[in-house]
Design a protein around this ligand. Structure first.
Ligand code: BG6
Length: 506
């Protein structure tokens, strides 16, 4: 079929999903409860789903349809942050909820799912359209895809798509291996690799901000931008996910995926159109413009940290090694800071400082773009604390954009002081923002992959991250090297100081 202009398709224009079923693997897990069901319920609440919409949950736990419905109702009530559970709507929604128990290694499970889908198709006219969602342990992704393939569920009367959650492998080789297994069953165009940061309103707004306005683009390059900081700080620890987290670490858990995607959005070239392929091609090209570092460069440009115990606000906070499920001698990074350089004409020589960590002083995700100084310092007080012109894109918790500049203080003389021009999402729009999962699920159901990662991007990101992991593994740092509740190890400050910069305190 020739590719249509997505903005002329009435279904997409209204953002309404055609009749279909979603099969969730790992339906008894945390993600299903906390994110997927609340997001799907909200889509129903907003009348974006067709009346015949259905969900088939599957996992090893034995449950009847009714037990599954009850669990999901509790989940929606507990985790829908700003949507009240409407009893009438829930009743209709729950009629489309079904459950099939079984083991992913057993082909009979997939046959049973196939039979269930056929029944649903008959009773609810889903047109054979199915979205499979892998929300299992990552080690089971390939097995689940294989089962779908063995039962022939990847083909049918309607469309068939697959959504996969991160992590996409734990290094370049395993990412390729996973992709090969998925490609045995699904074409790349039917695979939706989710990165929930791309679904955040403020990350999408970066595109609107950059390409919808004429005034910023001329400044968006090495001539005017001095350096860029991307920070994703969390105040929480590993919250019961110690066993998973100690295998991943901050670099793989946040930078390899979320923050490199954010960086690609900030730094990519303008795309020819807002079709999925054009946008993803530009993101991918940007990621491929980062040259993997040598071990010597890594020692200068990457810092690992792990939090130790501390006393915060009158309470004792355990160190990472004391968290449940964590090896008391673990060398996993709970903090990672990296200086990345994009080797293209726009960005050559501009450092991108990217950092993330658990148990930092507060939860904040922001991008700080530091512009060059004025050619001459002519006024008192100017440049006392770094570059005066700073553009801050706040992704969370208070979404907005601020531009900082110097202004004359009232009174005699020419004394300057930094001031701020602020845009705040909440007060400007006063509307609820959809959650990232609502946006992304809706997109996958409408076959819009613009905000999804693609295999070439996954590989490009691993090509940058894997050499860092390798050096960190060989030269273990003396952990813990920052106390819970502080801004990370001193070595991260020293990394910026080498280029004459300091981290912003958000
Ligand atoms: C997940 C990571 O992908 O993103 C978590 O695995 C992290 O460790 C989370 O806490 C952060 O997401 P958000 O949307 O809360 O910033």
């Amino acid at each position: 079929m020739p590719q249509q202009n997505p903005f002329q398709d009435p279904l997409r224009f209204e953002r309404r999903v055609p009749p279909c079923a979603v099969v969730i693997f790992g339906a008894n897990g945390d993600l299903t409860k906390r994110k997927l069901l609340p997001a799907l319920y909200r889509l129903a609440y907003d009348r974006r789903l067709a009346p015949g919409f259905a969900i088939v949950g599957t996992s090893r736990t034995i449950l009847t349809d009714d037990q599954f419905r009850d669990k999901m109702k509790d989940a929606v009530a507990a985790f829908s942050e700003d949507t009240k559970l409407d009893e009438d709507l829930w009743k209709t929604f729950a009629e489309g909820l079904h459950y099939v128990a079984g083991d992913l290694g057993d082909v009979a499970l997939f046959q049973r799912i196939g039979e269930k889908l056929a029944q649903i198709d008959q009773s609810r006219q889903t047109g054979g359209n199915v979205l499979f969602y892998l929300s299992t342990q990552p080690s089971q992704y390939a097995l689940a895809a294989q089962g779908i393939g063995a039962a022939g569920l990847q083909h049918g009367a309607g469309w068939r798509r697959l959504v996969v959650e991160k992590p996409f492998g734990h290094d370049l080789a395993s990412a390729r291996e996973l992709s090969d297994r998925l490609h045995e069953v699904f074409d790349e165009s039917a695979i939706f690799r989710i990165d929930h940061y791309l679904g955040k309103e403020t990350v999408q707004n970066i595109l609107a901000f950059r390409f919808g306005n004429g005034i910023f683009e001329p400044l968006w390059n090495r001539r005017y931008i001095n350096h860029v900081e991307i920070t994703a700080a969390e105040s929480i620890g590993v919250e019961g996910r110690g066993a998973y987290y100690q295998e991943a670490g901050a670099l793989a858990d946040m930078i390899q995926n979320h923050l490199l995607q954010v960086m690609a959005t900030i730094a990519m070239e303008p795309c020819a159109s807002f079709r999925a392929t054009s946008v993803r091609d530009e993101r991918s090209k940007l990621l491929r413009s980062m040259k993997p570092m040598t071990p010597d460069e890594i020692r200068q440009n990457a810092v690992a940290g792990q939090y130790g115990p501390a006393r915060i606000g009158g309470g004792d906070v355990p160190g990472f090694r004391q968290e449940p499920g964590v090896n008391p001698a673990s060398t996993t990074d709970t903090y990672a800071a990296v200086t990345l350089c994009v080797e293209n004409w726009r960005w050559a020589g501009v450092p991108f400082y990217v950092r993330t960590g658990k148990r930092l002083p507060k939860r904040v995700t922001e991008i700080a773009i530091h512009f060059n100084q004025a050619p001459l310092a002519m006024f008192d007080g100017e440049m006392a604390d770094g570059t005066p012109n700073l553009l801050i894109v706040r992704i969370q918790p208070e979404e907005g954009i601020s531009l900082k500049f110097l202004s004359k203080r009232p009174g005699a003389g020419m004394k300057l002081r930094p001031v701020s021009m602020d845009f705040n999402y909440g007060s400007s729009f006063g509307e609820r923002s959809p959650s990232a999962y609502e946006t992304l699920l809706l997109d996958a159901l409408l076959d819009d992959a613009t905000l999804y990662t693609r295999q070439d991007m996954v590989e490009a990101s691993w090509a940058v991250v894997e050499p860092i992991q390798n050096v960190w593994r060989e030269e273990s740092v003396d952990f813990p090297n920052y106390a819970a509740g502080t801004w990370g190890p001193d070595a991260a400050d020293a990394m910026l100081a080498r280029r004459g910069h300091i981290w912003r305190k958000p």
